[in-house]
Structure formats: structure tokens, C-alpha cells
Ligand binder design. Sequence first.
Ligand code: BYC
Length: 497
Amino acid sequence: MSAEDTVSDAAGAISADRFVEISYDEVIPNNVALGSDKQLQRALEGWRPKYLDWWTGMGPVGYQQCEVYLRTAVGVDPAGWAKFGYVKMPTYRWGILLAPKVEGRTIPFGRHKGEPAWQEVPGEHRALLRRLIVVQGDTEPASVEQQRFLGATAPSLYDMRNLFQVNVEEGRHLWAMVYLLVKYFGKDGREEAQALLERQSGQMDNPRILGAFNESTPDWLSFFMFTFFTDRDGKMQLAALAESGFDPLSRTCRFMLTEEAHHMFVGETGVQRTIEATCAAMVKAGIKDPNEVEAVRKLGVVDLPLLQRKANFHASVTRDLFGSEISSNAAEAFGSGIKGRFNEANLKNDDHVLQDATYPVTRVVDGKLVVEEAPALRALNSRLLDDFIVDCQGGIDRWNKSVEKAGIDFKFIQPHKGFNRRIGEFGGKRISPTGEVLTEDQWSTMSGDWLPNDADMAFINSLMKPCHEPGKYASWIAPPRVGVNSQAGDFEYVKIA
Ligand code: BYC
């Protein structure tokens, strides 16, 4: 059964009386009774000015003093958790929000399955837990750093606002992980919280931990592809951590998933609107063949084959974030009850221990792709990656519907799992998007057709002109179907004084 066949229990069986309102009177808004733990409160209030320095120094360039129409979390009730209003980004109320506690929750998988969920860090799993929280935390400021220059070339105020919304929420996700580190990991945790502000995306000496978070996000197409693919890795990983036997991590991740959905929406609809603008321009100009690239580019829109190459790049770089397909780290994280599978608690006909189970993993053996049954415990990264690929397909199908509707003969596909990989089974191997194992020479000849080349990037760059008038959009992207919070088409999402 695929993970998509199950329904997430992210909200859990929660009764209304367990919703804890967020206290906004405190310096750090929270629903964790921060005021009753003075030591923790002092530690987090001590970290806050450093965070604000980081935000000012490494967050969005420009626009920090503009009023931006942002949503802010005001509760954790799925029915009404956010409010919208104009906010200057540095005054955003970054808070600590945990999903409500599910009374009587037990550890859903691994060696401790069925035992009460841990409310404190289990001593024997402390190092592993800390490492996973640090890796998760590191990605959040990294993405803000990667996207910091995009405001200046926003194709509309609507898109600029969405960028800043994603950025402030990634900032809040950093707060979420820092809360766990500082509350549960003592001096080590405080040091890790500091280090999260010191590593920098793309920096040689002290880079971010995971590969994709050191790539640059130089243009808006990269941003949309990143939020479609890479934020979806965020969704999958957070969903796996939301199953954790360590209850504070589970509750933290469950609330983060609420915000993450919007980030993927920004990515999916951003690419879709790009496709719509391209198809509309092609139809208007009477161009039927998507491979008439020069003619299409002259219309000031992005040709569909280039969008496919961008998708190939972001899909493959993001797949590396799942780690090695066969991983003893992943087996240990599962066995010890720290990190589950996607939708773990709802997987039926499954013992949730996996001691004797196997899982099919694709590998390269003697220059050929073969599928081998591997011990399921060690193949958990592979399985999560497969679930991710299934999850991506829904959005790609919707992109294809737009192309089909315009009557253009073109179909976006996901490249083969092994294409352009650096980590795991396919790391260093040369595999085509359709799954042929290639020689180095074949790869060098063909890879320019499969990945964005210098001319592609120069063309995209030439389109990145700001369009900052309310209700107006750059030539290469269609307006959204609905405004944020149902605002009118000419709504001023960012007041650029
Ligand atoms: N780059 O057994 P292995 C998000 C390291 S995104 C560099 O293969 P494992 C977001 C690995 O750390 C979600 N290094 O893999 C999205 C290990 O190093 P150590 C982020 C890599 O450990 C958009 C070694 O290789 N959250 O939230 O089973 C915007 C061997 O590791 C990479 C998480 O990832 C790489 N790509 O799994 C904002 C969840 N891959 O420890 C936010 C937490 C592996 O030997 N993290 N390595 O020095 C994890 O669950 C795991 O750490 C990983 C790796 C899935 C990342």
C-alpha cells in the first residue's frame, strides 16, 4: 500500500478543550506556558536578539521596513489558526507553537512500540535525537538565506508577499527546533541553537549541513521549483518526525506541517502559472510545437522544455536530501522510536517493527539497474523517497492538465530516481532521465539537454524584472486564480513606500 492510500492522523483525536490559546502578551508568543519556566524563558529571550540580528543580516534584502500582508499563527485549532494583516517583517511575532497533546499517546513503532510516548528525552537516544533536530533546524534558516535576494525581482506584489510569508514561517520553524534544543538538551542544546545562526548557506568554511541547502536560489523559477520539490521533502521529513515517540518533537512537527502546506502551494501554483502564461502566449502566437524554443522565448515566456530541465534539477537535488537508500542511521532512528515512516500510525497490515520485513530497492549492479529486496529497516530512506515521488506526481499531473487544456503536445515527467544523484545508491553513477545507465562520455554529451545550461539560466535571468505595481504581473507568469485571503486582484500585498 502506498503512503498516499492512508489518511494522515496529523490532527489526531483531539477534543476542543485541549486547544491552548497562544499568549501574545509575552516577548515570545507561545502555547507552551513559557512564563512558568523562567530559566527556559531567559535562555530563549537571550537567543532572540541574536536571531533578530541574523534575520536583519541574512534574511530578505530590502523591504524589511515595508508593510507586508502576512498571516500569523494565533492558535493551533485547524479551523482557525491564523490571522492576516500588515506587518513589517522584523516585527513578525515568531512564536513557539505545539499541536495539542493527545492524551494517552503511545510510541507507534520500533522497539518501544506501545510504550507511553516520551515527554522527556530518552537518555539512550539523546545523541540521535539531537542530531535529527539539528539537521531539521539547519534547513530552516538555510532556505531564508538562499532566497534573500528575490524580493528585488518579484514578478508581482502577490508573489513578493508569498515569498516573505514563506520566509517568516521558515524563521518560525527555526524557533520550533531551537525551543526543543534549549528546553530538552541543556548546554549542548544552547550551543547548537547558536551554531544554527552561524552556519551559512553556500559558505565554504561553515556551510549548511545538507547539500541542497547550499545551492543558490538565483531566480523565481528556482524559488517555485524549490518550494514545490524541496519544501515537499520538508513535508515528508516532518511527517516522519511527527510520528516520533518523543512527544514534544511530534507535537512541534504536527503544527509545522500546517504551515508547510502553503509553501508547497506557492511552488505548485507558481510553476503552474508560469506554464499557463507560456501556453497562453504560444496559443496567441499560433505556435503549436513546444520545441520552437527561440520563437517561444521571444514572447517573453519560459519554454516548456526549459521548465522540464529546471524540474529535473530540483527533483534530483531534493532526492539527495533523503540520504542513502540503505542506511543504518535510518534503521536506528526507526528502531529506537525516534523517526517513523510517512503516515506510520495509519499504515495497515504492518507490525510497525519491521524486524523481518523487506522492501524493494533499486540499485546499480554491474552497470545495470536491478531491484533487490533489502531489509525494510535499513531501506527506510528509500521508502520515504518513494513516498515523496508519489506525492510529487499529483502536482505534476495538474501541471500537465494546464498544458493539455491549451492543446499543446507536451508532458512533464519525473526523471528516473537515479538521475543526477550525488548521495546513496546512485551517487556518482550516470543515469538518464528515462533510466539508462550511461558512460561518462554519454553523460557529458547529453546532460545539457536534461539540466539547465548556461544559456537557459541567462534567459531566465533576463526575465527577472520586477513588477511591483498592484494587480500587475510579469509577462512570464499568469495571475493567481484567487487572492490571498480572498483579496481583490489589485490588492496591495506589499506597501513599497
Ligand atoms: N547532504 O545514512 P545516511 C525542510 C549525511 S527539508 C549532505 O545516508 P541518514 C525544508 C548524513 O547527515 C527536511 N549530507 O542518511 C525544506 C550522515 O552524516 P553523519 C529536513 C548528507 O542519516 C525547504 C551521512 O551522510 N529534515 O524541512 O539516514 C525549506 C550518512 O547518512 C546528505 C530532515 O532531513 C545530504 N543530502 O539520513 C525549509 C529530517 N544526506 O551523521 C525546510 C532530519 C545524508 O554521518 N534528518 N547526509 O555525519 C534526517 O532524517 C537525516 O539526517 C537525513 C539523512 C534524512 C537528512
